[in-house]
Design a binder for this molecule. Structure first.
Ligand SMILES: [Zn+2]
Length: 708
């Protein structure tokens, strides 16, 4: 097994902004070794000033004040004594002032032709991989690889850090496509969609080239994966008394796209290239709650089945380092990463003047992670629900005004499933043909753009008895975004009515009395459902709730007559399906309507046709559950991570008492062990069900069930 397949606990030593003349590298490395760190990612070149080296380079300028020191070699020397692995960090895209002044044409250009620079002095300028800068970076990589006994390379930001409309990109695009490189967002324009494809292909080809250049058998090579499933914020972070400045990301990219797309990074292709997957989850920077970590890691498991995932996780009030982070946030972050099969990585910004108290907490958490190492690798999720992430739907429709987003719908469903303790994985369209059969139910959260092959896989899954849940425009378009008659209406038992969609400002759905869903919403109850819904009629399906006429103005008179069904169930010869006409996931995220959560959870369990093999009972909804099988073991993690904090860090832990776990097992367990907050529990086994009562879960508990 390659060394990077072992559970990793990693720290990046970020030398920029430290005093490179006085920094005591050995003392810092020794501290990380005492802190159970087994992987150091150490700056070989940095981003500010762009491209400067922390070793004596013949290829690029030295970091100011380095004075011949070799921080890379000093780190390697110190780490070797502790058996730690050392990865060379390479800032892949940033050139300094000298480089830019000598080669202004090498710079990336935004759509308006402006360069992307960190300041007005061109101290750090984004360089384009389609320019001769590509060869310059290759020389740096070769120099490091030839000269140092390192264990691998991490390439940070090999990406478009702007639109890129530089001369080289425009010429290359025009030559390959006989079209001008587009300079405006036009989501329904095939040339713009081609441009997005082209950006992905350019970055993937560059990453593959860097991999081939840096790779040797024992070296682990990997790439930045920035903020999966999250979008750049247009709004700047507001500070009282200071006029809001333009958002850093907005200034750089001028787009509010999902971050990997803004970078030109198709994460599936990057996952296929690197030896491990790396993702960045600074949730404050992209306004996401903590449970987003688990959603992102489920996505990574879908695109990189057998590769480890290193998670750079931080959530500070200022975007970087650990200052000001309460212990609860740190504990839950690391626990959620481990519970989702990730490996924690923290970046030591200003390594010579860190927040020591916070770092000591991190080391304590690493000690706990090390104690769990046996249970973290070579494991496979327990399969129940599959939630579809459809990149083609995202890129075709999520930026079109007036449409609920697929990504928002996915997250709303994910939150409701987490709160209902329903096990789920994320699949993408590419997985449907091969992996869908492992699951009991597939959820299409407004997954609107599906290929013919994807729909064929879904039809055979349902024909074999699989469950299906769809919301809003599920399967109404082909993979390019064109409306299609080849939809899944017959599986849902519905007919799409002409006129598309209905918008009601103040409107309600009324629950029927004689429906199938196992749900505690009383018949006749009006559940708020304002907004858009797809116009449908029942065509074989049984309505669960009907849309009532809405008020024309806010607080105007409400209608009382049913207009159309908005939730329907369909029993087929073998499979079951549920259709929800509103984008109920987005609505749940936006408004938190309790009945929407119940509807989503009930739809998933009813469509599956039976209960999940692992159930959590008497548990508060802030407990997230993941479950894995590993070599004769069942592993269940419970983490108190389903919290609503977005702007603030999580500062308090909420204990849950007498939580009951039921696990369907075919053989009597040999032993049940608990790790984390609680170390003891009562368990009984009868009728193939192992019942475990856990006295208390505060931050997290890992339950290990050993078969005999
Ligand atoms: Zn370019």
């Amino acid at each position: 097994m390659a060394w990077w397949q072992e559970p990793l606990r990693a720290v990046t030593l970020e030398f920029p902004a430290s005093d490179v003349a006085t920094i005591d590298v050995k003392a810092i490395v020794d501290e990380t070794a005492r802190g159970h760190v087994n992987l150091l990612c150490v700056f070989a070149t940095g981003y500010y000033p762009g491209g400067t080296a922390f070793y004596p380079s013949k290829t690029t300028l030295a970091y100011p004040g380095l004075n011949g020191r070799d921080l890379l070699q000093e780190t390697i020397d110190a780490a070797r004594g502790h058996g730690q692995k050392v990865i060379a960090y390479v800032a892949s895209i940033w050139g300094g002032r000298d480089l830019y002044v000598a080669h202004p044409d090498w710079a990336q250009r935004k759509a308006d032709g402006e360069i992307t620079s960190w300041d007005d002095d061109y101290t750090s300028v984004a360089m384009c991989p389609n320019s001769p800068y590509r060869a310059h970076l290759a020389d740096i990589v070769t120099e490091i690889g030839d000269r140092y006994d390192i264990d691998g390379f991490y390439f940070d930001e090999p990406s478009f850090q702007s639109w890129c409309s530089c001369r080289y990109c425009r010429e290359k695009y025009a030559a390959e496509h006989q079209m001008e490189l587009p300079l405006k967002e036009a989501w329904d324009d095939p040339n713009f969609q081609r441009f997005l494809d082209w950006r992905y292909a350019e970055i993937a080809a560059w990453r593959q080239e860097l991999y081939d250049l840096a790779k040797t058998e024992d070296r682990c090579v990997f790439f930045q994966g920035a903020f999966p499933l999250a979008c750049l914020q247009r709004e700047p972070m507001a500070l009282s008394g200071i006029a809001p400045r333009t958002s850093f990301y907005w200034q750089r990219f001028g787009v509010s796209w999902q971050v990997p797309m803004a970078h030109g990074d198709d994460m599936r292709r990057t996952a296929a290239i690197g030896d491990l997957v790396h993702i960045e989850l600074y949730r404050r920077s992209v306004n996401e709650p903590l449970w987003w970590y688990g959603v992102c890691l489920r996505y990574v498991r879908s695109i990189a089945v057998d590769k480890p995932c290193l998670v750079l996780g931080m959530m500070a009030q200022s975007p970087f380092d650990l200052y000001g982070l309460p212990e609860a946030e740190l504990r839950l972050s690391v626990a959620d990463v481990l519970a989702n099969s990730g490996a924690p990585l923290f970046a030591r910004y200003y390594p010579d003047r860190v927040d020591q108290e916070a770092w000591d907490r991190v080391y304590g958490l690493f000690a706990e992670a090390e104690a769990l190492a046996l249970f973290l690798g070579s494991r496979e999720s327990v399969k129940f629900a599959a939630l579809l992430y459809s990149p083609s739907t995202y890129r075709r429709f999520d930026h079109v005004d007036g449409k609920p987003s697929h990504l928002g719908e996915l997250k709303g469903f994910a939150k409701a499933l987490l709160q209902a303790h329903i096990l789920f994985d994320i699949l993408t369209e590419d997985d449907l043909a091969d992996r869908l059969a492992d699951y009991e139910v597939l959820i299409l959260p407004n997954a609107s753009c599906l290929s013919v092959e994807a729909k064929a896989a879904i039809r055979s899954f349902v024909a074999a008895g699989g469950g299906l849940v769809g919301s809003y425009e599920a399967a109404l378009h082909d993979e390019t975004g064109l409306p299609t008659e080849d939809n899944l209406g017959s599986l849902f038992g519905i007919a799409y009515a002409p006129g598309g969609q209905d918008y009601q400002a103040d409107s309600y759905m009324r629950m029927r009395s004689d429906h199938d869903l196992p749900i505690a919403i009383p018949a006749g109850k009006r559940v708020p459902t304002g907004g858009l819904q797809v116009k449908v009629q029942a065509a074989g399906a049984s309505p669960v709730a009907d849309l009532l006429g809405g008020a024309v103005v806010h607080y105007g008179p409400l209608g009382d007559e049913p207009i159309q069904p908005v939730a329907l169930t369909q029993r087929m010869e073998k499979g079951r399906a549920v259709y929800l006409a509103p984008s109920i996931g987005v609505r749940y995220l936006e408004l938190g309507v309790e009945d929407h959560r119940q509807l989503i959870a009930a739809a998933a369990t009813w469509a599956a046709g039976h209960r999940p093999p692992i159930r959590l009972l008497n548990a508060p909804r802030h407990l997230a559950m993941t479950a894995f099988r590993q070599n004769g073991r069942t592993l269940v993690h419970l983490v108190s991570s389903v919290r609503d904090e977005v702007m603030s860090p999580i500062a308090e832990l909420l204990p849950a008492r007498l939580v009951k776990l039921e696990i369907v097992l075919t053989v009597e367990p040999g032993d049940v062990k608990l790790f984390g907050d609680t170390t003891s529990a009562d368990w009984t086994f009868s009728d193939d069900i192992l019942t475990i009562v856990i006295s208390e879960v505060t931050a997290h508990v890992l339950v290990v069930v050993e078969e005999t």
